[in-house]
Design a protein around this ligand. Structure first.
Ligand SMILES: C[S@@+](CC[C@H](N)C(=O)[O-])C[C@H]1O[C@@H](n2cnc3c(N)ncnc32)[C@H](O)[C@@H]1O
Length: 556
């Protein structure tokens, strides 16, 4: 993850401006939501240089003459000044506040008839202390805890929406994580509780000039009383060539993500059917996966064979699978590790455990530790909270390994080599006392059902890279039948022989059908649904475009 100094100033403030065509689209949505003769005040919470303010001049006469005044905010004074000029050019009353919207929203008593804009997309770690304090106050005012919120757009949006009068409209550009991301659940629940005519217009990358990522325009009208439940939500899916499809769905409060509603109802029925089978359960019922070893300095504790040799570190070196690209199959065996080692990979983890010889007593290990001291590793946070700084905690190998980030899908592997892993590969084990073996779980894992739930539960990053955290892994649907492990050696060999990811999925599906665990029709629907969500993740987020291994998200 990047630190503040490595991120551009524009990125730190979420300073990407909305192209005119997208601004106009938002104003059209707004026009369709504001009733007849109603006059209204406009709030633009993060105005930049005034794209949405200038957009007023291009709206239909009828709408424009009903705007009574505009209040905008922009944290960068020079940009706020440009927005102010745009507002003066319109000859409309109003002001551009040269400050953060957040303390203002936490305190104001003003009401508005329309919120438009494109809130700043800034990761919470980069939000200023002053804004963090304002977010806490705002949360208190709205009766919300912003604890799990990962991005600035969420409090900026909710702080603004709280100032919308009943009948007032919302029309804003948001990242598509507003629809799919779990941390945006607070926004979806708020919208469901307060808004009617909610519509998500989803635009693929390239729909508008300069828009490289999929974006959503979210629009709706604040209900007079608490919105009727259950309320329908509309989706309009736009294609790059200006065609569109629309449908609606009825989410339940507390749904973790709405990703499933991107699917046709017959796919949703197939998922429900599969989930009701005795042979299917959440992964957390049969196994536990967890974050593996946290060294605090991988480039010091994970070393290649030459380093072990040079400093005489053999007594502390444990076999390491540093990256899943060094595992060519579904079973990780000793030969795989030997090959990785011979290729010069970091194939050893240094474990200066209390029960091992004292590294201070031999000259080679002592001088290796000195290289770490020279690099000031003892002062690094993770090293500084343990004694001695070089004793890595929780050094265990799991019987199961799972790649953390993936391109097509994560790979579950049987750890026959007792390999240790760090932060790119989760470790785990089947729950003790259950009928299922680790081999059973691995053999059935790469089927359309499980990998469809990977798409539904996972989060996607730049370039479409998919990541699962342990709580999401626990919710994946897996086939829980003992005996599948009999087929693991065959599947492993096929993968080692070069069978591609799609063929592995087809082969695993066929195995489940042959064993009577899933019906061919259900499997066919699940496979289609998975492809649809995967293609969407990969193509709609392709802007990152970096080269990745077909299976994992590691550099190829
Ligand atoms: C995505 S840009 C959008 C600008 C403009 N609304 C547009 O659509 O072109 C977000 C803007 O929010 C501003 N910003 C960031 N944090 C802010 C805050 N706490 N209060 C007000 N504006 C903020 C940034 O400087 C940036 O200009």
């Amino acid at each position: 993850m990047k630190v503040r100094d490595e991120v551009t100033a524009d990125k730190l403030r979420g300073g990407f401006y909305t192209p005119q065509a997208l601004v106009d689209f938002c104003w059209q949505r707004a026009a369709s939501l504001i009733d007849g003769e109603r006059t209204f005040r406009v709030l633009e919470p993060s105005a930049g240089d005034g794209a949405f303010v200038r957009g007023i001049a291009r709206t239909a006469d009828d709408l424009r003459r009903r705007v009574t005044d505009v209040v905008a905010a922009e944290i960068v004074p020079a940009e706020a000044a440009k927005a102010e000029l745009s507002l003066r050019a319109l000859e409309l009353p109003g002001q551009v506040l040269r400050r953060s919207i957040l303390p203002w929203a936490a305190d104001t008593d003003e009401w508005f008839g329309l919120v438009v804009g494109n809130p700043p997309f800034v990761r919470y770690q980069f939000v200023s202390q002053a804004d963090k304090a304002a977010i806490a106050t705002l949360g208190g005012r709205l009766g919300l805890t912003f604890g799990g919120v990962g991005n600035l757009w969420i409090p900026v949006l909710l702080g603004s929406l709280a100032r919308l009068e009943p009948g007032g409209a919302l029309s804003v550009v948001l990242p598509t994580e507003c629809f799919t991301g779990s941390s945006a659940g607070v926004v979806r629940d708020w919208l469901m509780g307060e808004f009617e005519n909610l519509t998500f217009d989803l635009f693929p990358p390239g729909s508008f000039p300069d828009v490289l990522q999929e974006v959503a325009v979210v629009s709706g009208r604040r209900a007079a009383a608490s919105a009727p439940t259950p309320a329908d939500v509309g989706i309009v899916e736009h294609s790059a060539d200006r065609r569109s499809w629309s449908w609606s769905f009825t989410p339940k409060a507390g749904d973790r993500s709405w990703t499933r509603f991107l699917l046709d109802p017959r796919y949703l029925a197939a998922i429900d059917d599969a989930q009701s089978l005795a042979a299917v359960s959440p992964l957390g019922k049969v196994a536990r996966m967890e974050v593996s070893i946290v060294t605090g300095a991988n480039d010091f504790f994970c070393v290649d064979d030459a380093t072990v040799e040079q400093f005489g570190l053999r007594s502390w070196a444990k076999p390491l699978l540093a990256r899943s690209k060094y595992a060519p199959g579904l079973i990780v065996n000793a030969d795989d590790l030997r090959e990785a080692c011979a290729s010069g990979a970091r194939a050893w983890l240094l474990d200066f455990d209390a029960a091992a010889p004292d590294p201070a007593r031999s000259s080679g290990s002592r001088s290796y530790l000195r290289t770490g001291i020279k690099r000031r590793l003892p002062a690094r946070y993770k090293c500084s909270i343990r004694k001695p700084w070089y004793r890595v905690p929780s050094v265990r190998a799991g019987g199961l390994l799972l790649s953390k980030r993936s391109h097509l899908f994560p790979r579950l592997m049987l750890n026959e080599a007792d390999a240790y892993t760090t932060d790119t590969i989760y470790r785990g084990d089947v729950l003790p006392g259950g009928p299922l073996s680790a081999a059973d779980l691995v053999a059935g894992f790469h089927c359309s059902l499980t990998l469809l739930t990977v798409e539904l539960e996972g989060r996607s990053f730049g370039g479409g890279v998919l990541e699962l955290v342990p709580s999401e892994i626990a919710r994946l649907c897996v086939v829980n039948r003992p005996g599948l492990g009999e087929e693991l050696a065959r599947l492993d060999e096929a993968v080692r022989a070069g069978v591609g990811p799609d063929d592995l999925v087809a082969e695993t599906d066929a195995m489940l059908v042959r064993r009577g665990l899933l019906s061919p029709d259900t499997v066919a629907l699940l496979a289609e649904a998975r492809h649809e969500l995967m293609a969407r993740r990969l193509h709609r987020n392709a802007a990152g475009g970096r080269e990745v291994d077909a299976w994992t998200a590691e550099a190829a």
